[in-house]
Design a protein around this ligand. Structure first.
Ligand code: NAD
Length: 500
């Protein structure tokens, strides 16, 4: 069976650690590959390579760095189907969803192509008489990224395009559950002309991560994953003097007001709750209905829609499935346990996905779309992140009660409100304690030129990812104040002035 290694200094390098992790196809349950789990020393070697590459890469002009990214964008477009297929084979999400993921990553590459403009800094003429001041946005050095399984292309691409465009070098530690896509992204960067050593991949687990968090040569760490690990990453890397942005888990609520368009609500909610089998950090896992009538109607419509859902493998069906399998056998069992817990806690199970089987894929990690009604604060299925195709409907008496639930929840990644009333929507945007807010938009993931990040225990660190915050995160400000003695004025110059 093939074993994936690392990508260091522009080439594939086999790991000698002797430790391996299995990679599965979630639709069949069959193991497809092994991935090496690198040793601490191998991780340190990769840092040395990235440190060396920084000496020259930081001096490449922003325009020439951007030109590599322009070529990269074209290559990603050219290989989009192939990459999406790889995503589906290791993650499980259906092919069209995998292509959507890649597009959202590619948009960050497009954003980073504008780096000559984004990294201009600021300038003030005459802060004093004959004194000018300017701010330089300089790269940090070696930066590290640690990614989760659920977006093997998009999440790494939230990080490295901006980091390298700013003149940093990068070490990516992908999820050990779906490592093929990041390796392909690295190969294409080399093909686009990125100098060796600027972007490196170290496959591994806690052993490599701990080196990235503590080695003094690493300047900044970007992390996306579950909240307990995000807290660990944030506290450890910060204590070692690094810049950190650590994005964690979520429990995203959608408020359904009595005046919302019922069809729009149901259509939006189905995709937001069950798309990608609920394994999105911006998935809606709680619908808060204001009023019993709203809840009764919603439950009836959702049940019908769920009964019409196609669940199956993400590739190879003439009529594409709406939803694929979840990532692993363990995760499948964990989601099913949560469903059992919800029933024990007294929530009403409307659709139960525990016994769901896809014909011909009996060993695949499938959970059927699951719907709970009468979910209440305090229940584990309400408080905890399930990260699967389980939608909880909560009944609230008023808008104020719905808002209070969201604001008191420990997570604050995304939320949305469905209403026809502009005043309610406006008030919601202002008072809600959540980082990303949608108005009649179920999954308000900001575009690449804005920044992505939650509040509360969904993000540790001051800066969000990509967009303007991404550029701030991957650059260090230096402010120069300069006064020049009166010099000789140059003589006449008649040729067209050019930069020399
Ligand atoms: P995870 O926390 O298990 O793993 C994330 C990364 O951390 C992986 O690369 C893994 O190898 C590494 N890791 C795991 N345990 C570690 C340890 N003890 N020490 C050091 N490193 C460790 O997360 P996951 O299961 O891969 O991804 C799902 C989670 O990610 C969900 O909680 C989801 O909400 C979250 N997520 C959040 C966002 C966001 O933007 N906030 C986006 C995507 C996913």
């Amino acid at each position: 069976m093939e074993t994936l290694g690392n990508f260091i200094n522009g080439q594939h390098v086999a790991s000698q650690s002797g430790r391996l992790g299995p990679v599965y196809n979630p639709a069949t349950g069959a193991q497809s590959l092994n991935v090496s789990l690198s040793s601490a020393d191998e991780t340190r070697d990769a840092i040395a390579v990235a440190e060396k590459a920084f000496e020259t890469w930081r001096k490449v002009t922003p325009l020439n760095r951007a030109r590599v990214l322009f070529k990269y964008k074209a290559l990603l477009e050219q290989h989009a189907d192939e990459i999406a297929e790889l995503i589906t084979k290791e993650h499980g999400k259906v092919f069209s969803d995998a292509k959507g993921e890649l597009t959202r990553g590619l948009e960050v590459v497009e954003f980073a192509c504008g780096i000559p403009h984004l990294q201009k800094g600021e300038h003030s003429l005459n802060v004093g008489r004959g004194v000018d001041s300017m701010s330089l946005m300089q790269p940090l050095g070696v930066c590290a990224g640690i990614a989760p399984f659920n977006f093997p292309a998009m999440v790494p691409m939230w990080m490295f395009p901006v980091a390298i465009a700013c003149g940093n070098t990068f070490i990516m530690k992908p999820s050990e559950k779906d490592p093929s896509v990041p390796l392909r992204l690295a190969e294409l960067l080399t093909e686009a002309g990125l100098p060796d050593g600027v972007f490196n991949i170290v496959n591994g687990d806690k052993e490599s991560v701990d080196v990235l968090l503590t080695d003094e040569r690493v300047q900044a760490v970007s992390f996306v994953g579950s909240t307990p690990i995000a807290e660990y990453i944030y506290s450890t890397a910060s204590a070692h003097g690094k810049r950190v942005q650590a994005l964690g888990g979520a429990k995203n609520h959608m408020i359904v007001m009595p005046d919302a368009d019922p069809q729009q609500v149901v259509g939006s909610l189905m995709g937001a709750a069950f798309g990608s089998a609920g394994e999105r950090c911006m998935a809606i896992s709680v619908a808060v209905c204001v009023g019993d009538d709203v809840a009764d109607n919603l439950i009836e419509s959702l049940s019908k829609e769920i009964d019409g859902m196609r669940v199956g493998p993400g590739l190879g069906l003439a009529d594409e499935a709406h939803m694929g399998p979840v990532i692993s056998k363990e995760h499948c069992a964990k989601i099913k346990d949560y469903i059992g817990v919800g029933i024990e806690e007294g929530a009403t199970i409307v659709r139960d996905g525990r016994e769901f089987v896809v014909k011909g894929h009996e060993n695949g990690y499938f959970v059927g779309p699951t719907l709970f009604d009468n979910v209440k604060k305090g229940m584990r299925i309400y408080e905890e992140e399930i990260f699967g195709p389980v939608l909880c409907v909560v009944r609230a008496e008023s808008y104020a009660q719905a808002v209070e639930m969201i604001n008191s929840h420990e997570y604050g990644n995304g939320t949305s409100i469905f209403t026809r009333d502009g005043d309610t929507a406006r008030q919601f945007c202002e008072e809600i304690q959540v980082g990303m807010v949608g108005v009649n938009v179920p999954i308000p993931v900001p575009m690449a030129f804005h920044s992505f990040g939650g509040w509360k225990r969904s993000l540790f660190g001051p800066l969000h990812m990509h967009g303007p915050d991404g550029v701030r995160f991957y650059t260090r400000m230096k402010t120069v104040t300069a006064r020049w003695p009166t010099g000789l004025r140059a003589g006449n110059e008649f040729s067209m002035p050019t930069m020399k």
